[in-house]
Design a protein. Structure first.
Lengths: 100, 173, 341
């Protein structure tokens, strides 16, 4: 069967992909999508570990992560809409009015 | 084993395309593909309920929200980075790839140290009884007894998020 | 003796063919029933009593010119009808339509009349219904036309809103049956009270059944909730720009969604394949009868009731149906605890 390490490496790869997306993309929606990728990587790690322990706790924590991700996506997108109405742009570099 | 590689490759490939793609609409759809592949992986990990919940909530609701926003904001054209044609410039791309490789290496090293303790193959993990794991009843039991506080707090969080989203996205009256 | 895996492959094929045939039957019966409600004859030229009309429709649709708007997003434009049709067929994979049977002794071991017996079957149906929203949204978006986009957005928000009531009505049945597997839920409805009234959940949960049916009609975009494809207002809604084979796929997807919704309702509330006078192995006949009754009810509703306006539809879904569904769930849960079924 599949050793635990394989799942963890896949989780690490997904997490790194998401992190790069958050750092490098110039479109706020793609940044939010990358955050979702990272959260999914974490979910995979939780469920893999839960399976190793033989307990359902991994799945329970995964539900909480999914719920929090849903709430965060909703608020994040509401913010994106509000920002877009203000400056007509989705490029995070445009929103610089608080810089000194 | 083959299924793991198949779903794993689809998940990793789709996530990479999400991050690197130009068109946010395509990124959203590729992320849905990635979620489906992850759901397949969860089924392989004896967590069918988690897989179905992932599809219902993540792929079925959150991604529809993203789609709505992408469509309403007409975001299907990537904003131009100053000087670039919307693509990632070479300097940041190379640096980003280097950082990514470093991150993966470090995470893999750290996690493999953790995994060595429970290095058993997943099918014969300690106390692993697939039937018990798959039972939604045991899941509900644990959720409402040990994690009841987290459950209640999460429900408050959802209400706050709902109210917040409505307030934030409202037009200035 | 036919080995089991051959029987299972045959089952998959049989379900697929049955779904296609049921779509054809639905096309014909919708037009005939509509005609009789409106006191006219309906199709009667093609074949005896117009029975070959669906075949004529399919042939016509396949020979039409396949159009694609120039500014449409190519990949998504082609993907959307495929996604719709696939989701519609896939949802039926976990619906059981009969008891275990050996086909009169031809098989080595009894095989369940269900393509995949998953122990979270109810949720799988729900998940695939959530996916079918995408077919509609992507179709509307990729057509690059304002009618399509409006229709798609309205349809998607309607489907998402009614999914909540759908889920809660479903949850009330789960509380009664104590299991997520459709086979277990059907088997919990065996037997009869006083030997006469069958133990179907519709008698224990009448409000739940009504909520489920209304939400099902809204989920499948059928009248009186079919504002997104309102023929009079929006040209044809999200499938305005589609023609020929792609249109046929949407058409097919809609009818098969209806059949799946009826099948799930029959399993959850009407006792699945249990019925009097027939041995258990022929229970699928009763299943077909129940589905036919529910589908007749769908068609009847379409041609009798006026269409709800979009804001009325959303208000009804959120302000009336959802509180009722929640109340139903609470009362059911309380009942189960205190009476201890």
């Amino acid at each position: 069967m599949v050793p635990l390490g394989h799942y963890l490496i896949l989780s690490a790869v997904l997490f790194a992909t998401g992190t790069i997306g958050v750092f490098l993309r110039r479109n706020v929606i793609t940044v939010l999508l990358s955050i979702e990728v990272m959260l999914n990587a974490v979910n995979l790690a939780f469920i893999a570990f839960g399976r190793t322990q033989g307990a359902v706790d991994g799945q329970v924590i995964m539900f909480f992560v999914v719920t929090v991700a849903a709430a965060e996506a909703a608020i994040g997108l509401a913010l994106v809409i509000a920002l877009f109405r203000h400056r007509e742009s989705l490029n995070p570099d445009v929103f610089t009015s608080l810089k000194w | 084993m083959l299924l793991f590689y198949l779903f794993g490759a689809i998940a990793a490939g789709a996530s990479l395309l999400v991050v690197l793609g130009r068109n946010p609409m395509h990124s959203v759809l590729l992320l849905i593909v990635s979620f489906a592949a992850l759901a397949g992986l969860y089924i392989g990990l004896d967590a069918p309920f988690a897989a179905v919940v992932q599809i219902i909530i993540y792929a079925g609701a959150i991604m529809v929200l993203f789609l709505f926003v992408v469509m309403l904001l007409n975001a299907h054209r990537e904003d131009d980075a100053p000087g670039g044609a919307g693509r990632l410039a070479h300097g940041p791309l190379r640096l980003g790839a280097a950082v990514a490789v470093l991150l993966v290496a470090e995470l893999a090293w750290a996690l493999s140290r953790a995994a060595r303790g429970g290095e058993a193959m997943l099918s014969t993990g300690p106390g692993a009884d697939p039937a018990a794991l798959q039972s939604v009843r045991s899941l509900g039991n644990v959720l409402f007894t040990e994690y009841s506080l987290a459950f209640e707090v999460t429900s408050i969080l959802i209400i706050v998020a709902m109210v917040g989203a409505v307030v934030l996205a409202r037009r200035e009256a | 003796m036919i080995p089991t895996y051959v029987a299972q492959l045959g089952l998959v094929l049989a379900v697929f063919v049955m779904l296609l045939l049921s779509a054809a039957v639905m096309v014909y019966s919708e037009r005939k029933v509509a005609a009789f409600i409106q006191q006219r004859y309906g199709p009667y030229l093609v074949g005896p009593r117009g029975l070959l009309q669906p075949i004529a429709d399919v042939v016509k649709l396949m020979f039409k010119e396949s159009l694609r708007p120039v500014a449409a997003d190519k990949v998504i434009f082609i993907l959307a009808p495929i996604l719709s049709a696939t989701a519609a067929f896939a949802a039926f994979a976990v619906v059981p339509f009969g008891a275990e049977t050996t086909f009169f002794g031809l098989l080595e071991a009894p095989v369940k009349l269900q393509v995949a017996d998953v122990n979270v079957a109810v949720l799988v149906v729900f998940a695939i219904t959530s996916i079918s929203v995408y077919g509609i949204v992507l179709a509307g978006w990729s057509s690059n036309s304002k009618y399509s986009l409006l229709g798609a957005l309205r349809s998607a928000s309607q489907m998402i809103s009614y999914e909540l009531s759908y889920g809660m009505a479903l949850a009330s049945v789960l509380v009664l049956a104590g299991s997520l597997s459709l086979t277990d839920i059907v088997n919990a409805q065996q037997g009869a009270w006083f030997g006469v009234i069958p133990r179907w959940f519709v008698f224990v949960q009448p409000l739940g059944f009504v909520i489920f049916m209304i939400a099902g009609v809204a989920e499948t975009n059928r009248a009186p909730f079919d504002f997104p494809e309102a023929e009079q207002e929006l040209v044809a809604g999200y499938h305005t720009e589609y023609s020929s084979t792609a249109f046929m796929m949407f058409f097919l997807a809609e009818y098969i969604n209806m059949v799946t919704a009826a099948a799930v309702a029959a399993d959850l509330f009407l006792g699945g394949w249990h019925g009097p006078f027939l041995p258990e192995s022929l229970g699928w006949i009763w299943f077909l009868v129940k589905i036919a009754a529910i589908l007749f009810f769908y068609i009847w509703m379409r041609w009798t009731l006026p269409r709800l306006r979009y804001d009325q539809l959303m208000q009804f879904g959120w302000k009336v149906l959802l509180p009722l569904a929640a109340l139903n769930l609470i009362v059911t849960a309380a009942g189960v605890i205190y009476v201890g079924h």
